[in-house]
Design a protein around this ligand. Structure first.
Ligand SMILES: *Cc1c(COP(=O)(O)O)cnc(C)c1O
Length: 411
């Protein structure tokens, strides 16, 4: 640590090296979320190779599935990703700041009076309705804006997108040229199930209608769609979840690298007697003299209460001192009790870090305990965690320089 000449006149931050600042932030943190940007980039490269010769975009809606849209956009841009998808204009604004040259598509589409915002950010609405298209056309005609838009066609999911018949009505415009449509796309409803017949039906429907959009780039596959075979790739793949380590092929091993690690601290350790209950409602009873570690994460941090352990139902597990330990009782707002009876007493200390995600505990495993999918685990990650970004192209970022694992995090 470098001590500046006159420490009393210096603000605290300038006294400390970035590493020391980081250490100070970590000392007060009760939870640390580490996002491995190199792993996200490696996952993107793998998806890109699988989708080739199609281009591979990055879907970074919902703050890049909770991983940080700004950091992810910057890292993926540096890796060569040229197209991003977000859900909202506010998200597009964040991505534009991090990826000045990228094409950005906004999935929720165009609303009246948002034209100026689209033009100022230079992003493109994904249009799924003929009235919406007409409103967009009015804006473009009046303003002279020609930034382009995507057409979303519904091929069976019945969520967003115009019908195939409605899309056919646009074909004369495509044939006439100068149409302002830069992408035609549809979305798969069941891509994670290899043999679901809906995939082939949607593929056929999309192939037929999209072929009429001659000269327009075409896109169908999400993460799981990338693994359905070459016929699903078209010109542009749109993976999201797989970038962040969620298994896009749940019927087989996960081809992606894990991206996040989540640690919390032991706040207190207590011994309870056989027959004592632990936590709200007393729903978990000690069957032996039991040592309990109370850790600093709960449902307010996105550690869902559904993963609680009660008499007769096992809950989630956390890794303490290198060993998996079961949760005891109900998960509360800020705290969770863990049964550490099987560990050496000396291996478990107040202040030690334990692992909620990582060290073999995957997002998908936790999702199973939460009664949901990995997507919801990631997008629910709490706001109280200190965030550490590893790797990627984050050197240009002013605050919170990444480095170093939390000193005590490995124990
Ligand atoms: C969210 C989304 C994606 C990405 O889906 P993943 O399953 O996360 O890969 C692609 N396309 C559309 C239209 C989406 O809404």
């Amino acid at each position: 640590m470098n001590i500046a000449p006159d420490p009393k006149s210096m603000p605290q931050a300038t006294l400390l090296s970035p590493e020391a600042n980081q250490a100070a932030a970590l000392a007060s943190a009760t939870g640390v979320l580490t996002v491995d940007l190199d792993a996200i980039v490696a996952n993107w490269r793998k998806l890109e190779k699988t989708a080739v010769p199609a281009e591979c975009a990055g879907v970074i809606k919902a703050n890049a599935y909770g991983c940080g849209a700004e950091q992810v956009a910057r890292a993926l841009s540096a890796a060569g990703c040229k197209t991003f998808f977000v859900a909202t204009l506010d998200e597009a604004r964040v991505v534009r700041g991090a990826a000045p040259a990228a094409a950005i598509y906004v999935l929720d589409g165009f609303f009246q009076n948002t034209g100026e915002a689209y033009a100022s950010i230079d992003c493109k609405p994904v249009i799924g309705d003929l009235n919406e298209l007409a409103e967009w056309d009015v804006f473009c005609r009046r303003s002279g804006w020609s930034g382009g838009a995507a057409i979303h066609i519904d091929t069976g999911m019945n969520r967003l997108g115009m019908t195939v018949t409605e899309a056919q009505g646009i074909i004369p415009r495509i044939t006439a040229g100068d149409h302002g449509i830069t992408l035609v796309m549809s979305h798969l409803a069941s891509a994670e199930l290899l043999n679901n017949p809906a995939n082939a039906r949607q593929l056929t429907a999309f192939r037929e209608i999209a072929s009429l959009f001659s000269g327009v780039s075409k896109s169908l596959a999400n993460s799981s769609g990338v693994f359905l075979g070459p016929q699903f790739q078209f010109d542009l793949a749109r993976p999201g979840a797989a970038l962040y380590g969620i298994n896009p092929t749940p019927e087989a091993d996960n081809p992606m690298q894990p991206v996040i690690a989540l640690k919390a601290r032991i706040v207190q350790i207590r011994d309870v007697e056989r027959g004592d209950s632990v936590g709200y409602g007393g729903t978990w009873t000690a069957r032996r003299p039991t040592r309990i570690a109370i850790i600093s994460a709960g449902y307010a941090d996105g550690y869902f209460r559904a993963a609680s352990a009660n008499d007769g139902t096992r809950g989630a597990e956390v890794v303490v001192a290198g060993k998996r330990c079961p949760i005891a009782g109900r998960i509360s707002m800020d705290l969770t009790a863990v049964d550490v009876t099987d560990l050496e007493r000396s291996a478990v200390r107040r202040g030690h870090w334990v692992t909620l995600i990582g060290d073999g505990i995957t997002v998908d495993e936790l999702a199973h305990h939460f009664g949901t999918i990995g997507y919801e685990v990631l997008t629910s990650l709490g706001k109280r965690y200190a965030r550490i970004y590893k790797g990627g192209d984050v050197t240009a970022e002013p605050p919170a320089a990444p480095p170093a694992q939390p000193a005590a995090a490995s124990t």
